[in-house]
Design a protein around this ligand. Sequence first.
Ligand SMILES: [Zn+2]
Ligand SMILES: [Zn+2]
Length: 380
Amino acid sequence: MPSRRKNKRNADINQIEPILEPKRSGKIKTSEPNKEALLEVFAVQKKENTCVDDLKVKVAKDTKGVPSKRKKKIGGEENKIQKEMRESIGKKVLDSVKKSKKLLGVHASAAGGLEQAIFNARAEGCQSFALFLRNQRRWDSKPLEEEVVVNWWKAIKETQFPLERVVPHGSYLMNPGSYDEQTLTKTRVAMLEECQRAEKLGITLYNFHPGSSVGKCTTEECIARCAETIDYVVERTENVIMVVETMAGQGNTIGGKFEELRDIIDKVKNKDRIGVCIDTCHIFAAGYDIRKKESYDDTMRKFGEIVGFEYLKAIHLNDSKADLGSHLDRHENIGKGKLKEETFSHFMNDTRLDGIPMILETPEGMYPEEMILLYELDNN
Ligand SMILES: [Zn+2]
Ligand SMILES: [Zn+2]
Protein backbone atom coordinates (compact mmCIF):
# COMPACT_ATOMS: atom_id res chain seq x y z
CA MET A 1 0.00 0.00 0.00
CA PRO A 2 1.44 3.42 -0.87
CA SER A 3 2.21 5.60 2.11
CA ARG A 4 -0.43 8.15 2.90
CA ARG A 5 0.33 11.47 4.40
CA LYS A 6 -2.00 12.48 7.15
CA ASN A 7 -4.08 15.48 6.40
CA LYS A 8 -4.88 18.02 9.02
CA ARG A 9 -8.09 18.01 10.99
CA ASN A 10 -10.04 21.07 10.03
CA ALA A 11 -10.86 22.42 13.42
CA ASP A 12 -8.89 22.55 16.61
CA ILE A 13 -11.23 20.53 18.78
CA ASN A 14 -10.23 22.41 21.89
CA GLN A 15 -11.54 25.59 20.42
CA ILE A 16 -14.99 24.37 19.58
CA GLU A 17 -17.71 26.51 20.98
CA PRO A 18 -21.34 26.66 19.98
CA ILE A 19 -21.90 29.26 17.34
CA LEU A 20 -23.59 32.09 19.08
CA GLU A 21 -24.73 35.38 17.74
CA PRO A 22 -21.98 37.83 16.97
CA LYS A 23 -21.74 40.41 19.71
CA ARG A 24 -23.96 43.39 19.18
CA SER A 25 -24.16 46.58 21.12
CA GLY A 26 -27.24 47.04 23.24
CA LYS A 27 -29.64 44.52 24.66
CA ILE A 28 -30.81 41.47 22.77
CA LYS A 29 -34.57 41.52 22.45
CA THR A 30 -36.32 38.55 23.94
CA SER A 31 -39.61 39.02 22.21
CA GLU A 32 -42.00 36.10 21.89
CA PRO A 33 -41.56 34.40 18.54
CA ASN A 34 -44.41 34.65 16.09
CA LYS A 35 -45.90 31.20 16.57
CA GLU A 36 -47.96 31.22 13.40
CA ALA A 37 -44.96 32.13 11.31
CA LEU A 38 -42.93 29.38 12.93
CA LEU A 39 -45.62 26.81 12.32
CA GLU A 40 -45.72 27.92 8.71
CA VAL A 41 -41.97 27.40 8.43
CA PHE A 42 -42.26 23.91 9.86
CA ALA A 43 -45.11 23.09 7.50
CA VAL A 44 -42.94 24.15 4.55
CA GLN A 45 -40.01 22.19 5.94
CA LYS A 46 -42.13 19.11 6.40
CA LYS A 47 -42.97 19.27 2.73
CA GLU A 48 -39.42 20.08 1.66
CA ASN A 49 -37.48 17.62 3.77
CA THR A 50 -38.30 14.43 2.03
CA CYS A 51 -36.28 11.33 2.57
CA VAL A 52 -33.09 11.39 0.58
CA ASP A 53 -34.16 8.23 -1.21
CA ASP A 54 -36.80 10.46 -2.74
CA LEU A 55 -34.03 12.51 -4.20
CA LYS A 56 -35.73 13.83 -7.27
CA VAL A 57 -38.38 15.53 -5.16
CA LYS A 58 -35.89 16.97 -2.69
CA VAL A 59 -33.60 18.13 -5.41
CA ALA A 60 -36.40 19.78 -7.31
CA LYS A 61 -37.52 21.68 -4.21
CA ASP A 62 -34.05 22.58 -3.11
CA THR A 63 -32.91 24.03 -6.36
CA LYS A 64 -35.94 26.22 -6.61
CA GLY A 65 -33.85 28.56 -4.56
CA VAL A 66 -30.75 28.71 -6.68
CA PRO A 67 -30.90 32.27 -7.96
CA SER A 68 -32.02 32.83 -11.51
CA LYS A 69 -32.48 36.08 -13.38
CA ARG A 70 -36.24 35.83 -13.09
CA LYS A 71 -36.14 35.76 -9.33
CA LYS A 72 -36.16 38.83 -7.18
CA LYS A 73 -32.94 38.95 -5.20
CA ILE A 74 -33.31 38.98 -1.42
CA GLY A 75 -29.96 40.67 -0.93
CA GLY A 76 -28.12 38.46 1.52
CA GLU A 77 -30.11 39.25 4.59
CA GLU A 78 -31.70 37.18 7.32
CA ASN A 79 -35.47 37.37 7.06
CA LYS A 80 -37.92 37.89 9.90
CA ILE A 81 -38.89 34.23 10.24
CA GLN A 82 -35.26 33.10 10.30
CA LYS A 83 -34.55 35.66 13.02
CA GLU A 84 -37.49 34.48 15.12
CA MET A 85 -36.48 30.86 14.70
CA ARG A 86 -32.89 31.65 15.62
CA GLU A 87 -34.00 33.37 18.81
CA SER A 88 -36.37 30.56 19.82
CA ILE A 89 -35.80 27.11 18.31
CA GLY A 90 -32.22 27.75 17.25
CA LYS A 91 -31.35 29.01 20.70
CA LYS A 92 -32.91 25.91 22.28
CA VAL A 93 -30.71 23.68 20.11
CA LEU A 94 -27.56 25.64 20.98
CA ASP A 95 -28.48 25.57 24.69
CA SER A 96 -28.59 21.77 24.45
CA VAL A 97 -24.99 21.62 23.17
CA LYS A 98 -23.54 22.23 26.64
CA LYS A 99 -20.05 20.68 26.68
CA SER A 100 -20.52 18.55 23.60
CA LYS A 101 -17.78 18.83 20.99
CA LYS A 102 -20.01 17.41 18.29
CA LEU A 103 -20.87 19.73 15.41
CA LEU A 104 -24.43 18.85 14.49
CA GLY A 105 -26.09 20.38 11.47
CA VAL A 106 -28.58 19.76 8.69
CA HIS A 107 -28.94 19.88 4.93
CA ALA A 108 -30.04 23.50 4.63
CA SER A 109 -32.28 24.90 1.93
CA ALA A 110 -30.74 27.51 -0.35
CA ALA A 111 -34.15 28.77 -1.46
CA GLY A 112 -33.80 32.46 -2.21
CA GLY A 113 -30.03 32.40 -2.65
CA LEU A 114 -27.02 30.37 -1.53
CA GLU A 115 -26.47 32.64 1.48
CA GLN A 116 -29.98 31.78 2.69
CA ALA A 117 -28.65 28.32 3.58
CA ILE A 118 -26.41 30.00 6.18
CA PHE A 119 -29.35 31.85 7.73
CA ASN A 120 -31.56 28.75 7.56
CA ALA A 121 -28.89 26.65 9.26
CA ARG A 122 -28.40 29.24 11.97
CA ALA A 123 -32.16 29.53 12.50
CA GLU A 124 -32.16 25.86 13.48
CA GLY A 125 -29.15 26.10 15.76
CA CYS A 126 -26.78 24.27 13.42
CA GLN A 127 -23.05 24.10 14.06
CA SER A 128 -22.40 22.73 10.60
CA PHE A 129 -24.52 22.35 7.47
CA ALA A 130 -24.77 20.93 3.98
CA LEU A 131 -26.25 22.55 0.88
CA PHE A 132 -26.43 22.17 -2.88
CA LEU A 133 -24.28 24.70 -4.70
CA ARG A 134 -26.29 24.76 -7.91
CA ASN A 135 -29.27 23.44 -9.79
CA GLN A 136 -29.19 19.67 -9.25
CA ARG A 137 -31.42 18.79 -12.18
CA ARG A 138 -29.14 20.20 -14.82
CA TRP A 139 -25.70 19.28 -16.06
CA ASP A 140 -24.87 22.75 -17.30
CA SER A 141 -24.96 25.87 -15.22
CA LYS A 142 -24.07 29.49 -15.57
CA PRO A 143 -21.00 30.73 -13.74
CA LEU A 144 -21.62 31.91 -10.21
CA GLU A 145 -22.93 35.47 -10.35
CA GLU A 146 -20.91 38.11 -8.59
CA GLU A 147 -23.94 39.10 -6.56
CA VAL A 148 -24.31 35.57 -5.17
CA VAL A 149 -20.68 35.60 -4.05
CA VAL A 150 -21.04 39.05 -2.46
CA ASN A 151 -24.21 38.01 -0.61
CA TRP A 152 -22.56 34.83 0.63
CA TRP A 153 -19.57 36.66 2.10
CA LYS A 154 -21.83 39.29 3.60
CA ALA A 155 -23.78 36.53 5.38
CA ILE A 156 -20.59 34.80 6.53
CA LYS A 157 -19.33 38.08 7.96
CA GLU A 158 -22.60 38.71 9.75
CA THR A 159 -23.08 35.21 11.14
CA GLN A 160 -19.39 34.38 11.71
CA PHE A 161 -20.27 30.87 10.56
CA PRO A 162 -17.03 28.83 10.35
CA LEU A 163 -16.56 27.96 6.69
CA GLU A 164 -14.75 24.72 7.45
CA ARG A 165 -18.04 23.40 8.84
CA VAL A 166 -19.91 23.85 5.56
CA VAL A 167 -20.11 20.60 3.57
CA PRO A 168 -21.75 21.05 0.16
CA HIS A 169 -23.23 17.95 -1.43
CA GLY A 170 -22.45 17.26 -5.07
CA SER A 171 -25.07 16.74 -7.76
CA TYR A 172 -26.71 13.32 -7.89
CA LEU A 173 -26.56 13.30 -11.69
CA MET A 174 -22.84 12.72 -11.61
CA ASN A 175 -21.08 9.38 -11.86
CA PRO A 176 -17.36 9.92 -11.16
CA GLY A 177 -16.63 6.25 -11.91
CA SER A 178 -18.62 5.99 -15.13
CA TYR A 179 -17.52 3.57 -17.86
CA ASP A 180 -19.16 5.87 -20.42
CA GLU A 181 -16.81 8.57 -21.75
CA GLN A 182 -19.59 11.07 -22.28
CA THR A 183 -21.02 10.70 -18.77
CA LEU A 184 -17.53 10.75 -17.33
CA THR A 185 -16.65 13.98 -19.13
CA LYS A 186 -19.93 15.62 -18.13
CA THR A 187 -19.34 14.53 -14.52
CA ARG A 188 -15.81 15.92 -14.44
CA VAL A 189 -16.87 19.27 -15.87
CA ALA A 190 -19.79 19.53 -13.42
CA MET A 191 -17.72 18.46 -10.42
CA LEU A 192 -14.96 20.90 -11.27
CA GLU A 193 -17.50 23.69 -11.62
CA GLU A 194 -19.05 22.86 -8.23
CA CYS A 195 -15.63 22.77 -6.56
CA GLN A 196 -14.66 26.08 -8.14
CA ARG A 197 -17.88 27.49 -6.73
CA ALA A 198 -17.00 26.09 -3.30
CA GLU A 199 -13.60 27.77 -3.44
CA LYS A 200 -15.08 31.13 -4.41
CA LEU A 201 -17.29 30.81 -1.34
CA GLY A 202 -14.37 29.89 0.92
CA ILE A 203 -15.70 26.35 1.46
CA THR A 204 -13.02 23.72 2.09
CA LEU A 205 -14.96 20.44 1.84
CA TYR A 206 -16.92 18.90 -1.03
CA ASN A 207 -18.96 15.73 -0.47
CA PHE A 208 -20.07 13.38 -3.26
CA HIS A 209 -21.06 9.82 -4.07
CA PRO A 210 -18.29 7.72 -5.65
CA GLY A 211 -20.46 6.38 -8.48
CA SER A 212 -21.48 3.14 -10.12
CA SER A 213 -20.20 0.67 -12.67
CA VAL A 214 -23.80 0.35 -13.90
CA GLY A 215 -22.80 -3.26 -14.50
CA LYS A 216 -20.81 -2.21 -17.57
CA CYS A 217 -17.32 -2.43 -16.09
CA THR A 218 -15.61 -4.06 -13.14
CA THR A 219 -15.62 -2.57 -9.64
CA GLU A 220 -11.85 -2.07 -9.98
CA GLU A 221 -12.26 -0.10 -13.20
CA CYS A 222 -14.99 2.01 -11.60
CA ILE A 223 -12.76 2.74 -8.59
CA ALA A 224 -9.86 3.69 -10.88
CA ARG A 225 -12.04 6.09 -12.85
CA CYS A 226 -13.41 7.65 -9.69
CA ALA A 227 -9.85 8.27 -8.47
CA GLU A 228 -8.95 9.81 -11.84
CA THR A 229 -11.99 12.09 -11.59
CA ILE A 230 -10.80 13.26 -8.17
CA ASP A 231 -7.29 13.90 -9.57
CA TYR A 232 -8.82 15.86 -12.45
CA VAL A 233 -10.68 18.18 -10.09
CA VAL A 234 -7.84 18.47 -7.56
CA GLU A 235 -5.34 19.45 -10.27
CA ARG A 236 -7.60 22.31 -11.36
CA THR A 237 -8.53 23.69 -7.94
CA GLU A 238 -6.63 25.16 -5.00
CA ASN A 239 -7.59 23.58 -1.71
CA VAL A 240 -11.04 21.98 -1.53
CA ILE A 241 -10.94 18.49 0.00
CA MET A 242 -12.84 15.85 -2.00
CA VAL A 243 -14.97 13.92 0.49
CA VAL A 244 -16.17 10.54 -0.80
CA GLU A 245 -19.29 9.17 0.89
CA THR A 246 -19.81 5.63 2.16
CA MET A 247 -22.69 4.05 0.24
CA ALA A 248 -25.32 1.39 0.92
CA GLY A 249 -23.89 -0.81 -1.82
CA GLN A 250 -27.14 -0.75 -3.79
CA GLY A 251 -26.93 -2.29 -7.25
CA ASN A 252 -23.60 -1.57 -8.87
CA THR A 253 -22.65 1.45 -6.78
CA ILE A 254 -19.19 1.53 -5.28
CA GLY A 255 -18.36 2.73 -1.76
CA GLY A 256 -20.37 0.12 0.13
CA LYS A 257 -17.18 -1.44 1.46
CA PHE A 258 -14.47 0.39 3.41
CA GLU A 259 -11.93 -1.38 1.18
CA GLU A 260 -13.37 0.36 -1.88
CA LEU A 261 -12.93 3.77 -0.26
CA ARG A 262 -9.38 2.81 0.70
CA ASP A 263 -8.68 1.79 -2.89
CA ILE A 264 -9.91 5.17 -4.13
CA ILE A 265 -7.68 6.96 -1.59
CA ASP A 266 -4.71 4.80 -2.55
CA LYS A 267 -5.10 5.66 -6.24
CA VAL A 268 -5.58 9.40 -5.72
CA LYS A 269 -2.36 11.38 -6.24
CA ASN A 270 -2.77 14.11 -3.60
CA LYS A 271 -3.61 12.50 -0.24
CA ASP A 272 -4.04 15.92 1.37
CA ARG A 273 -7.07 16.64 -0.80
CA ILE A 274 -9.06 13.44 -0.22
CA GLY A 275 -11.40 12.54 2.63
CA VAL A 276 -14.40 10.38 3.45
CA CYS A 277 -17.87 10.84 4.91
CA ILE A 278 -19.49 8.09 6.97
CA ASP A 279 -23.25 7.91 6.46
CA THR A 280 -24.77 5.92 9.33
CA CYS A 281 -27.76 4.73 7.28
CA HIS A 282 -25.57 3.75 4.35
CA ILE A 283 -22.95 1.76 6.27
CA PHE A 284 -25.66 -0.10 8.19
CA ALA A 285 -27.52 -0.98 5.00
CA ALA A 286 -24.17 -2.00 3.50
CA GLY A 287 -23.78 -4.58 6.26
CA TYR A 288 -21.77 -2.83 9.00
CA ASP A 289 -23.58 -3.30 12.31
CA ILE A 290 -23.36 -0.28 14.62
CA ARG A 291 -26.33 -0.88 16.95
CA LYS A 292 -24.64 -2.31 20.04
CA LYS A 293 -21.51 -0.82 21.58
CA GLU A 294 -19.55 -3.94 20.70
CA SER A 295 -20.57 -3.99 17.06
CA TYR A 296 -20.07 -0.21 16.81
CA ASP A 297 -16.54 -0.55 18.18
CA ASP A 298 -15.84 -3.39 15.78
CA THR A 299 -17.11 -1.43 12.76
CA MET A 300 -15.17 1.69 13.72
CA ARG A 301 -12.04 -0.37 14.36
CA LYS A 302 -12.38 -1.74 10.82
CA PHE A 303 -12.86 1.79 9.51
CA GLY A 304 -9.74 2.93 11.34
CA GLU A 305 -7.67 0.05 10.05
CA ILE A 306 -8.90 0.02 6.48
CA VAL A 307 -9.53 3.72 5.75
CA GLY A 308 -8.07 5.64 8.69
CA PHE A 309 -9.67 8.29 10.91
CA GLU A 310 -7.31 10.91 9.51
CA TYR A 311 -9.46 10.82 6.37
CA LEU A 312 -12.78 11.23 8.16
CA LYS A 313 -14.02 14.72 7.28
CA ALA A 314 -17.80 14.50 7.70
CA ILE A 315 -20.58 12.30 9.04
CA HIS A 316 -24.16 11.94 7.87
CA LEU A 317 -26.38 11.01 10.80
CA ASN A 318 -29.46 9.19 9.52
CA ASP A 319 -31.54 6.40 10.95
CA SER A 320 -32.41 3.60 8.52
CA LYS A 321 -35.78 2.28 7.42
CA ALA A 322 -34.06 -0.72 5.88
CA ASP A 323 -32.34 -3.61 7.62
CA LEU A 324 -28.70 -4.48 8.16
CA GLY A 325 -27.17 -5.63 4.89
CA SER A 326 -30.31 -4.79 2.88
CA HIS A 327 -28.27 -2.49 0.58
CA LEU A 328 -31.27 -0.14 0.53
CA ASP A 329 -30.71 3.59 1.01
CA ARG A 330 -33.78 4.61 3.03
CA HIS A 331 -33.30 7.38 5.55
CA GLU A 332 -35.41 7.62 8.71
CA ASN A 333 -35.65 10.10 11.58
CA ILE A 334 -33.19 9.66 14.44
CA GLY A 335 -34.36 6.91 16.78
CA LYS A 336 -37.33 5.97 14.60
CA GLY A 337 -35.68 3.40 12.37
CA LYS A 338 -33.68 0.21 12.69
CA LEU A 339 -30.73 2.00 14.27
CA LYS A 340 -32.59 3.45 17.27
CA GLU A 341 -31.25 5.99 19.75
CA GLU A 342 -28.65 3.63 21.17
CA THR A 343 -26.68 3.62 17.92
CA PHE A 344 -26.48 7.40 17.91
CA SER A 345 -25.29 7.48 21.53
CA HIS A 346 -22.21 5.56 20.34
CA PHE A 347 -21.51 8.22 17.72
CA MET A 348 -22.24 11.11 20.09
CA ASN A 349 -19.82 9.74 22.70
CA ASP A 350 -16.97 8.86 20.36
CA THR A 351 -14.26 11.48 20.91
CA ARG A 352 -12.68 10.61 17.55
CA LEU A 353 -15.64 12.37 15.97
CA ASP A 354 -15.15 15.64 17.86
CA GLY A 355 -14.90 18.68 15.61
CA ILE A 356 -16.20 16.87 12.52
CA PRO A 357 -19.38 18.18 10.84
CA MET A 358 -22.23 15.72 11.60
CA ILE A 359 -25.10 16.39 9.26
CA LEU A 360 -28.67 15.15 9.41
CA GLU A 361 -30.36 14.10 6.16
CA THR A 362 -33.50 12.82 7.83
CA PRO A 363 -37.10 13.22 6.58
CA GLU A 364 -39.95 15.47 7.66
CA GLY A 365 -38.28 18.55 9.05
CA MET A 366 -37.71 17.40 12.65
CA TYR A 367 -34.17 18.73 12.59
CA PRO A 368 -34.14 20.89 15.77
CA GLU A 369 -35.83 18.19 17.87
CA GLU A 370 -33.44 15.58 16.52
CA MET A 371 -30.38 17.71 17.26
CA ILE A 372 -31.55 18.31 20.83
CA LEU A 373 -32.13 14.58 21.25
CA LEU A 374 -28.64 13.82 19.92
CA TYR A 375 -26.95 16.36 22.18
CA GLU A 376 -28.80 14.79 25.12
CA LEU A 377 -27.22 11.46 24.18
CA ASP A 378 -23.76 12.98 24.56
CA ASN A 379 -22.57 12.26 28.08
CA ASN A 380 -19.70 14.72 28.01
ZN1 LIG B 1 -25.50 10.88 3.10
ZN1 LIG C 1 -28.78 8.06 1.48
